[in-house]
Design a protein around this ligand. Structure first.
Ligand code: HEC
Ligand code: HEC
Ligand code: HEC
Ligand code: HEC
Length: 198
């Protein structure tokens, strides 16, 4: 009897630990504006980029030809369509992420944290290391490096859930290396040693 209790207690504690770990594992999304306070150049160019505007193409009347090609209705409003959200907004249904265009308009579009990871924890590292830090310091805090890790971009590109993928038309075949070079689709780079810009 006593042993059975002990076993249950240990089981409960392990489950709680597992649960708290999985909650802690995903830092909070903080939004583009928080990054913009230091990364002005990237933010200003991102706003005008394809990723920055990726939510707008879900609106009726936008990209009619491409929508028809994918058997989507060009006159339909897809801005509340759950199955479109995970790739056209930032942090869908995650802590601090996009809920709806009414509740969280600032999280619409493919934002900084879609590619660099939710900033809740690594933001402090950036704040405290104005002259730079190492990737191996940032990664444990949830920062992602899409330039080294294809899976960051492939969360959306070439994904089977995307209506516009290779099986629809070969022009949608995803080439990660080539796509990285299309810098104007995400943002301009700040020149010089420090990206830090007041
Ligand atoms: C798994 C991720 C994913 C999902 C889910 C997704 N998209 Fe996209 N969407 C993308 C990516 C990536 C592109 C860019 C493809 C390219 O240009 O190579 C894209 C591009 C588009 C385009 C522009 C295509 C063009 O050629 O101009 C439209 C329109 C679009 N998506 C609408 C939708 C709609 C509507 C839904 C929901 C029914 C949806 N998407 C769901 C990832 C996704
Ligand atoms: C579609 C993915 C994507 C989005 C969205 C994105 N980035 Fe980036 N970013 C990258 C990639 C890839 C690199 C590394 C490659 C490079 O430096 O050209 C990078 C590099 C950077 C760098 C270091 C290089 C430099 O000097 O600019 C900073 C800082 C940065 N991003 C900030 C931001 C901020 C702030 C936002 C939002 C306003 C943002 N990024 C949105 C993909 C993205
Ligand atoms: C959260 C989903 C998401 C992530 C992550 C993402 N993208 Fe995109 N990307 C999109 C969507 C949606 C579009 C379509 C925008 C449009 O057609 O206006 C797009 C468009 C593009 C385009 C222009 C279309 C094309 O294929 O030539 C390039 C290039 C691109 N992304 C590169 C990247 C790279 C590089 C990364 C990783 C560093 C990345 N993306 C990460 C969703 C994403
Ligand atoms: C308090 C200012 C500040 C804030 C806020 C901030 N950063 Fe940074 N960030 C920096 C500094 C400083 C560096 C290092 C500059 C250098 O390397 O010289 C940096 C570097 C980067 C890099 C370069 C890659 C690397 O790891 O060295 C990326 C990408 C980046 N930041 C993205 C973001 C994103 C995304 C956000 C929002 C979630 C953000 N930053 C918020 C100050 C900030």
């Amino acid at each position: 009897m006593y042993r059975w209790h002990l076993f249950n207690t240990v089981l409960c504690i392990s489950l709680l630990l597992l649960l708290s770990q999985s909650v802690m594992a995903q830092p909070k999304f903080i939004g583009n504006v928080k990054c913009a306070s230091c990364h002005k150049v990237e933010f200003a160019s991102w706003e005008l980029s394809a990723h920055g505007k990726a939510f707008n193409i879900l609106k009726p009347g936008k990209r009619k030809v491409a929508k028809r090609l994918a058997d989507l209705d060009p006159e339909k409003d897809y801005t509340h369509e759950k199955k479109c959200m995970k790739c056209h907004v930032t942090g869908y249904r995650k802590k601090g992420g996009f809920k709806s265009i009414e509740a969280t308009p600032e999280m619409a579009g493919v934002g900084c944290e879609s590619c660099h990871g939710p900033g809740g924890e690594y933001k402090t590292l950036h704040e405290e290391n104005l002259y730079g830090f190492k990737k191996n310091q940032a990664e444990p805090l949830g920062q992602l490096y899409g330039e080294d890790d294809e899976s960051v971009c492939r969360a959306c590109h070439g994904h089977e859930d995307a209506p516009h993928n290779e099986s629809l038309d070969p022009k949608y075949k995803y080439d990660w290396k080539a796509s990285l070079k299309k810098q104007d689709t995400y943002h301009a780079k700040k020149r010089g040693r420090s990206q830090f810009s007041f």
